[in-house]
Design a protein around this ligand. Structure first.
Ligand code: SF4
Ligand code: SF4
Length: 94
């Protein structure tokens, strides 16, 4: 099987983001969360803690729907759904 780098794999993904996030962290829990592990496991850089706003910024339009953040959120404070039908990612052939 041919090896592909992460960047090459990402080029095979097409995204059609909804205007509403399918990823909704509990803001109060995030403020108390010490590790904020969602930031470190996400391969797409979706989560970014903002000191200035004291909340987690969620760039859901970049989500690859891998589910890693759902597992990593040890407080289970993240409502995680697949995007609605017709939205989200599709993989191009090749
Ligand atoms: S791991 Fe969960 S609780 Fe912690 S910052 Fe991320 S979404 Fe919030
Ligand atoms: S499902 Fe995967 S790509 Fe999407 S936000 Fe979670 S870790 Fe990032």
């Amino acid at each position: 099987m041919e090896y592909k780098s992460t960047d090459e794999k990402l080029q095979t993904v097409k995204s059609s983001p909804d205007i509403v996030s399918h990823l909704v962290p509990n803001t109060e829990d995030c403020r108390k969360c010490e590790n904020k592990s969602c930031q470190y496991v996400c391969p797409a850089g979706v989560y970014e803690w903002t000191d200035w706003d004291n909340r987690m910024l969620v760039k859901f339009e970049n989500c690859l729907e891998c589910g890693a953040c759902r597992v990593a959120c040890d407080k289970q404070s993240l409502v995680w759904k697949y995007p609605k039908s017709g939205y989200g990612i599709t993989y191009k052939q090749g």
